[in-house]
Design a protein. Structure first.
Length: 422
């Protein structure tokens, strides 16, 4: 069925927002490589600085959702786009590691608004939600791949400050687009067009609903998602720097005219592009495989892949490229499974709050691996991958517990029944 005018308008607005959040997010690790060379700091200290940006990206999801309910989703998304762009302009004027920390912190606070506000807008304003959610996801994946690709390419020709400023430009254009976009944000909510400020959760409601959720199987799902976030954030943040230092990159002969290109950056971009196929495949498999079982299998694969990086990083170029391609596929294939797990193990009337906690675990608590990874990388590359593998192993064990029916927090409510049916 074709989208109506309101659906198309919301789709365009949220697709732009989702693409730009990840455009900025995945460009930051490319800058990390440059900052290590530019400033006289250890990778441990720079890891802490980058964590300052990524942590509020997830921690702010809960308050971001509450603010979106109270002040309106469109207003909050425009504010998010403006804030992220301003943060990258702050980075563009930075001349010290402290100024970079401020810019990254501002970016994380602004970016945290998008996911709860964008998903809420689609759920209340769009009639053909499935179609728009699909396009919304594709736009996010495009941003994930394009952000580091554009950053790496521009860094061949320009200083990193100019590159940061150029990356801010699409965000500013999106702000102008958002201010002129017209749509009805509650068109799909029958008989409740005033949904918003009057129904924002009070503090007591938030506490009560949260207690109920964490007394169920969702408590295990939340921890599983957190371990996935630790794996995801640690690997994607440091992989560009690790690839730059791989023996396969030493003395790599490039054709005439391409001497300024860093092959490691494009290998990183390539694995993100492959991730689009992984996410599509994962989405298809969620219709056939129970989420807990799929999570257990994928975490087992994660464990093997993390440990495989230890010997492969000392091998030839094509071995590195092949491993990165496989890694990128499975890294994004897991996302539909944990998103579906949240739906299976929570009742429908707590779904919005449960996804807020999901992003808190994935992007907020998951950012701890950036700080930990910096310290471990200062000691040993091998131990870094062992740490990452340990996160995956913990996720596998907890997922296997759900498969085996050991979710002792599960009650006899609708969520538990649906999980049992699967």
């Amino acid at each position: 069925m074709a989208l109506n005018a309101n659906d198309r308008s919301i789709a365009g607005f949220t697709m732009a927002g989702h693409a730009l959040v990840h455009w900025f997010e995945t460009a930051i690790p490319i800058f990390l490589v440059v900052w290590l060379a530019e400033f006289d700091v250890s990778i441990a200290l720079l890891g802490l600085v980058v964590a300052l940006g990524y942590a509020p990206f997830g921690i702010g999801a809960l308050p971001g959702g509450i603010l979106a309910d109270r002040y309106g989703t469109k207003r909050l998304i425009v504010l998010c786009l403006a804030g992220m762009s301003l943060a990258f302009l702050v980075l563009a004027t930075s001349s010290s590691i402290y100024a970079i920390a401020v810019g990254l912190l501002l970016w994380g606070i602004a970016a945290s608004i998008y996911h709860p506000a964008g998903l809420s807008l689609i759920s209340t304003g769009v009639e053909e939600r499935g179609t728009v959610f699909a396009w919304h996801g594709i736009a996010g994946n495009a941003g994930i791949a394009l952000g580091p690709f554009v950053a790496a390419t521009l860094l061949i020709f320009l200083d990193w400050q100019y590159v940061a400023a150029i990356l801010a430009a699409p965000g500013l254009l999106a702000v102008l687009y958002g201010l002129t976009a017209e749509f009805e944000p509650t068109a799909a909510v029958e008989g409740d067009v005033d949904a918003g400020a009057d129904e924002a959760l009070s503090l007591s409601d938030l506490v009560t609903n949260s207690k109920a959720m964490f007394a169920s199987a969702f408590a295990i799902v939340f921890v599983i998602v957190t371990f996935e976030g630790l794996y995801y954030r640690g690997m994607l943040t440091y992989l560009p720097e690790i690839l730059h230092g791989a023996p396969a990159m030493d003395g790599l002969a490039l054709p005439a005219g391409l001497e300024g290109i860093e092959p490691a950056d494009y290998i990183y971009v390539g694995l993100l592009v492959v991730g689009m196929a992984g996410q599509y495949a994962g989405g298809k498999l969620t219709d056939r495989i129970p989420p807990a079982r799929g999570l257990a299998v994928l975490f087992a694969i994660f464990t093997v892949l993390a440990l495989a990086f230890i010997p492969v990083m000392t091998m030839g170029l094509w071995a590195v490229v092949a491993l990165c391609g496989v890694f990128g596929f499975f890294l994004f294939a897991i996302q539909p499974f944990y998103q579906n797990a949240v739906a299976v193990y929570t009742p429908a009337d707590s779904r919005g709050l449960s996804y807020g906690y999901t992003y808190l675990g994935e992007f907020g608590l998951g950012a701890a691996s950036i700080a930990l990874g910096g310290f471990v990388l200062d000691v040993s590359l091998g131990w870094f991958f062992v740490m990452i593998a340990a996160f995956a192993l913990a996720g596998m064990v907890l997922s296997a517990a759900l498969v085996a029916g050991l979710d002792w927090f599960a009650d006899s409510g609708p969520a538990a029944e649906s999980a049992t049916d699967d």
